[in-house]
Design a protein around this ligand. Structure first.
Ligand SMILES: [Zn+2]
Length: 91
């Protein structure tokens, strides 16, 4: 690699992220919460304002549940429960 331009590249203290990390995914933690494509309230938690799916490293889901969420969101989009993209943005 080429040398860096930053002169002091020492051990900078890690800044805390705005998103607090969850130890476990909320679906593993709470068995009562089911992933249902007919339940946009739960799914909305995992999509951004623009209608994009929140990545796993931010949502904190495990891969199994993240996949279920993704499937559910895609299904919900198909039947227009969730937006594919925020095409109609309110001014
Ligand atoms: Zn899980």
């Amino acid at each position: 690699m080429s040398d860096e331009r930053t002169p002091q590249r020492s051990t900078a203290p890690r800044k805390k992220r705005p998103f607090q990390r969850r130890k476990v995914c909320r679906f593993c933690a709470d068995k009562q919460v089911s992933i249902d494509y007919k339940d946009p309230r739960t799914l909305r938690y995992f999509i951004s304002e623009r209608g994009k799916i929140i990545p796993r490293r931010i949502s904190g889901n495990c891969s199994k549940h993240q996949r279920e969420i993704t499937e559910a969101i895609k299904r919900a989009r198909n039947i227009a429960l969730l937006p594919i993209a925020s095409a109609h943005v309110m001014p």
